[in-house]
Ligand binder design. Structure first.
Ligand code: GLU
Length: 296
């Protein structure tokens, strides 16, 4: 680990209430931080206002509190930090690391990898433009604590990617990196759906001249029909009344083996056990194993 003290975080998007899958990400990052005597910060990723569900942010914070997942310091809200993101974008436009783009989805005609259409256009600022970052002709990779080595050739596999959307909204990839740097986060524990965003984020760390954090991506929970358990698919929100039993189930899903007599103990007591006995390598790396754990 680089940097000073272990600093982790949970960074939910308030597009719905917490569900079991997002609870697992919160739980794993909390326990890992506390096990290492680290700090655990809270950041509300509320940039995509059209997707925000009114009341979801407060609901998420309340649920975390009910589950005994208490964070350090005050909640950082991305919607209050727009100036910071815009100053980074301006720097990249000035240096040529990023450029303006007017391509619509239709222009891209099903291309998954952005073909760089606007790279040489040198567009001047106008409404309705996206900003893309130039990707390098090189492989970027990292070694995940749980998933092992993962890499991508960004130029070939992703293409120059959006850091500010055409609707003016700052892209997740930019905000997450700027904020993790600003909050001195050096350990990221989150869901494996973000594994393939990580090389893009590594490139942004490189552009900003900062070391990237260490990563641990926990597997996603799938529904029996193979769909990811997500807010979008309206997986059931967590019921605060059953918090102790759900927490116990969450620890099992993370491959931990809490004693049966703790099953209905208060959440604080279960967390004390979990922090002291944390075995991150026991987290099932793959979803199918996780499903098996859930059925067990
Ligand atoms: N806000 C993102 C989400 O809710 C997580 C960001 C992260 O952990 O890097 O999916």
């Amino acid at each position: 680990m680089h940097g000073n003290r272990y600093t982790g975080r949970f960074a939910p998007t308030p597009s719905g209430k917490l569900h079991f899958g997002s609870l697992l990400a919160a739980l794993a990052s909390y326990i890992d931080a506390r096990h290492h005597g680290g700090r655990w910060l809270m950041r509300m990723e509320d940039l995509d206002k059209p997707r925000e569900v009114p009341g979801a942010a407060d609901d998420i914070l309340h649920t975390l509190d009910v589950y005994g997942l208490h964070w350090d310091g005050s909640v950082v809200r991305q919607s209050e930090r727009l100036e910071l993101y815009h100053s980074v974008l301006q720097r990249w436009l000035d240096s040529g690391a990023a450029y303006r783009c007017v391509c619509s989805r239709r222009d891209l005609d099903g291309h998954v990898v952005y073909p760089g259409t606007c790279r040489q256009r040198n567009l001047t600022a106008a409404p309705g433009q996206a900003i893309r970052v130039k990707t390098p002709d090189q492989v970027l990779g990292f070694v995940d604590r749980l998933q092992g080595a993962f890499s991508q050739h960004l130029q070939r596999e992703v293409g120059d990617f959006v850091v500010k959307r055409r609707d003016g909204i700052i892209a997740y990839q930019l905000a997450v990196v700027v904020d993790d740097i600003d909050q001195q986060v050096n350990q990221v524990v989150r869901g494996a759906d973000l594994m393939d965003s990580t090389p893009r984020q590594l490139w942004l760390y490189a552009l900003l001249g900062k070391p990237s954090p260490t990563y641990l991506h926990i597997p996603l929970i799938m529904r029996p029909d193979g769909q990811k358990l997500s807010k979008r698919l309206a997986s059931p929100p967590l019921d605060s009344k059953t918090a102790p039993a759900t927490l116990h189930r969450g620890l099992h899903a993370l491959g931990q083996r809490p004693p049966a007599e703790l099953a209905n103990a208060p959440v604080a007591e279960q967390l004390v056990w979990a922090v002291a006995n944390w075995q991150p390598m026991a987290i099932p790396a793959l979803t199918n194993r996780l499903e098996a754990e859930l059925d067990a």
